[in-house]
Design a protein around this ligand. Structure first.
Ligand code: SF4
Ligand code: SF4
Length: 326
């Protein structure tokens, strides 16, 4: 029997992510409702920039992953066996209730790849919806079309990490065999929910791919928020130099000609982390870039109906309560 949650479609009992098994003719989780972390986090830190500005989400993670990225920031939870972690056992209702009491707008599934715990994630998402909470997540995007459909039915937004435009890079540095399912899922989700993309840049390995990714994303949605993440090499990439800020700035500015909402983050003082009006150049949303993931919102200058105060340009801020930005 095969697991059909991600494109590895593992044949049991060989669960690559070690999170599923076959029981009574069904694929079930080995560790249902077990979480390794839960904490409120700002949407700008996730990052999500074009929805829920200055909002807190309860970021929840399980453990293990279907990928094995050479630079994984969260390798501590993405690659360590379950007995090496302290785990929380929360029912879907308990997770939703804690989220509501914390004042967060909803649950964000991140930290590791949430598809390796999909039944528990969907159950928690359903409990959250019953309390009027939103649901979103960060993903490597390697799920199957069947899983993507289940996710699209429950989630309001996603940030998909498009780590490269080449399958060779994916095979060499992430353990995932192909970029194609990820590109397919980006196109699918762009039409179903609010979608933002993050590309972690590794100097000398994928920086030259930014123009090709720009073309692809511009074809998906020219208003998409694209986060170019200046990766600080760690885990198996420790010792590599971090990306050159000046070189990447040139590439990001070029990308902005086609994708005006391209952001450059993960170093203090980035001038390319603000949202700029593509018509008149006015700052629409001002942020302070953090030295770690994402930013802090300093000011939102959009007027009441999300228009540029200077020229009236209508900014595509997603209203997730109305189904999000398509
Ligand atoms: S989620 Fe992916 S890696 Fe994990 S068992 Fe299923 S098919 Fe395999
Ligand atoms: S997909 Fe994310 S969590 Fe999984 S190994 Fe890669 S960086 Fe780590």
């Amino acid at each position: 029997m095969n697991c059909n949650y991600c494109e590895f479609r593992c044949q049991m009992p060989n669960s690559l992510c070690k999170m599923y098994e076959e029981k009574d003719g069904q694929i079930v989780e080995k560790y249902p409702h077990k979480w390794c972390s839960y904490h409120p986090n700002a949407t700008e830190s996730i990052p999500i920039y074009h929805a829920l500005p200055n909002c807190q989400m309860m970021e929840v993670g399980s453990f293990n992953c279907n990928a094995n990225c050479a630079y994984c920031i969260n390798a501590r939870v993405a690659t360590i066996p379950e007995n090496g972690l302290f785990l929380f056992d929360f029912t879907p209702e308990r997770l939703a209730e804690m989220t509501a009491k914390s004042g967060c707008a909803g649950i964000h599934f991140g930290v590791n790849e949430f598809v390796v715990s999909l039944p528990s994630v969907l159950a928690a998402a359903a409990a959250a919806s019953r309390l009027g909470l939103l649901v979103g997540g960060s993903s490597n995007g390697f799920m199957t079309p069947e899983a993507a459909e289940l996710i699209a039915a429950k989630f309001s937004y996603l940030n998909i990490s498009l780590k490269s435009f080449s399958s060779e890079y994916y095979q060499k540095y992430t353990g995932l065999p192909s970029v194609e399912p990820i590109l397919r899922n980006i196109k699918y989700f762009a039409d179903k929910l609010h979608l933002e993309i993050t590309t972690p840049v590794v100097q000398g390995l994928n920086d030259h791919e930014l123009p090709a990714i720009t073309e692809f994303l511009a074809g998906v949605n020219p208003n998409i928020a694209w986060h170019i993440f200046r990766l600080q090499p760690q885990y198996k990439m420790e010792g590599r130099v971090p990306p050159d800020i000046n070189e990447l700035t040139v590439l990001v500015e070029k990308a902005r000609q086609k994708l005006p909402f391209t952001y450059f983050s993960n170093f203090i003082g980035s001038p390319l982390d603000n949202t700029i009006c593509p018509v008149c150049g006015e700052i629409l949303m001002e942020r302070i870039c953090r030295s770690s993931c994402g930013a802090v919102l300093l000011d939102n200058y959009l007027n009441a109906d999300n228009r540029c105060a200077r020229c009236g340009y209508q900014f595509p801020l997603a209203d997730l309560n109305k189904g999000g930005q398509k």
